[in-house]
Design a protein around this ligand. Structure first.
Ligand code: NAP
Length: 370
């Protein structure tokens, strides 16, 4: 058991639910946009929760970017080592795993070591195992040792510590699901609840005409959950079309039976994606489009397949606001462009419950990430 830390007054204010007292650059700023945060956990501030970190679930776009930055021609072990070096460097420089290129983080799994006074409504007590539901891009973190890299799930086992602020959501790990599976699902927990809302909204609008939903990157983690949720919420009133670049993941998706059509296409090639979607959708553009890829430059595929006054929803952290907004304007598309909020009420419960109600998805995710 680690030593208990003294709790001292925050340098800024006794009430600091957002952790501004930990922001070093700029001093007193919010920790997410901060260039550097204080990761000295020899003392805690009121309202903080100290975690003994065991696994980092790195954001998919960030992990991919670090793999690509490692350069071509490396063995798997060399690429893993290069990713670890980048993570360690980022945490040394910034006091948090806030990828300087993608701007994204991920989340962590660990054990609660200490709850400082000033917190209310905690579901977990000291000793409980939790997963953070706020981004690593704002979570003060110290890494003491890296133990293993699991590329398939973008997870890195470490020894270290982190602090969650009073405003920082977390989930107590469920006892009926493997921890790695729960961590993988919780990483993208915001996606499916938002799909349920948007599909319900589009069904409520505009009469009985058929609706269509496109998911880009549909064979990945969030993509599978989005496609499954669109099917569950919309039933046979929606046509669900998955677009996936990686043929084995497209095959996995077909096997789940949640999509009406699965196209193997590159989301960075908007003309090819438009052709594939129109072909699968009787020549029509889609009401709702979810971008769940882990690479940049997929904005225009989403834009080009969204119908007039439809919605393109960018869950992908690799999305550029500028490319989406200026691109839509450039092709004269009056569509709603939505940023994928990682948070929704009850999102953790919603997404974990999907593992219980979709056994085939649970089996697939256990095979990939468990
Ligand atoms: P994932 O499991 O890696 O899935 C991404 C999928 O997209 C993979 O199947 C990937 O195939 C596919 N893909 C990549 N490039 C493609 C292309 N050009 N055309 C078609 N498909 C392509 O990732 P994830 O964990 O679901 O995360 C998806 C995105 O959500 C990431 O950008 C991540 O940053 C973001 N995210 C957002 C939030 C939020 O709060 N909004 C939270 C967590 C994650 P390959 O196997 O070939 O790469």
């Amino acid at each position: 058991m680690s030593a208990r830390r003294p709790v001292v007054e925050s340098p800024l204010s006794p009430l600091d639910p957002f952790g501004t007292g930990r922001s070093l650059d700029p001093k007193g700023g919010l920790p997410q946009p901060a260039r550097r945060v204080d990761n000295d956990f020899s003392r805690l501030f009121p309202g903080e929760l100290l975690v003994g970190v065991e696994t980092l679930n790195v954001d998919a776009a960030s992990f991919k970017q670090m793999e690509e930055a490692a350069g071509p021609g490396l063995s798997d072990a060399e690429r893993d080592a290069a990713v670890v070096r980048q993570v360690e460097q980022t945490v040394r420089d910034r006091g948090k795993q806030h990828n300087p290129v993608t701007g994204s983080g991920g989340m962590l799994l660990g054990r609660v070591l200490q709850l400082a006074p000033g917190r209310t409504g905690d579901a977990a007590g000291e000793g409980d195992r939790i997963a953070s539901l706020v981004s690593l891009s704002l979570t003060p973190l110290r890494i003491d040792r890296v133990k293993a890299v699991r590329r398939a799930s973008a997870q890195i086992d470490v020894e270290g510590e982190a602090v969650l602020f009073a405003s920082g959501a977390y989930a107590k790990l469920p006892s009926d699901l493997p921890e790695r599976l729960a961590l993988a699902v919780l990483d993208v927990a915001g996606a499916a609840p938002q799909v349920a809302r948007l599909v319900a909204r589009t069904l409520a609008e505009g009469g009985p005409r058929p609706r269509s939903v496109v998911v880009l990157g549909a064979g990945g983690k969030s993509g599978v959950l989005c496609a499954a949720e669109a099917r569950r919420t919309g039933g046979d009133r929606v046509k669900v079309i998955g677009v996936e670049r990686y043929a084995p993941f497209a095959e996995d998706l077909r096997g789940l039976g949640v999509c009406d059509a699965v196209a193997v296409a590159d989301a960075c090639d908007p003309i090819a994606v438009r052709r594939a979607v129109l072909e699968a959708n009787g020549g029509e553009e889609a009401d709702l489009v979810f971008s769940c890829v882990n690479v940049p430059d997929a904005e225009m595929s989403a834009v080009l397949v969204t119908r007039d006054r439809g919605t393109a929803y960018f869950f992908a952290m690799s999305t550029s606001f500028t490319k989406a907004a200026l691109g839509a304007e450039g092709v004269g598309k009056d569509i709603d462009l939505m940023i994928g909020n990682g948070f929704a009420h009850q999102h953790a419960e919603h997404s974990l419950a999907m593992m219980r109600s979709f056994p085939a998805i649970r089996a697939l995710f256990e095979k990939r990430y468990g």
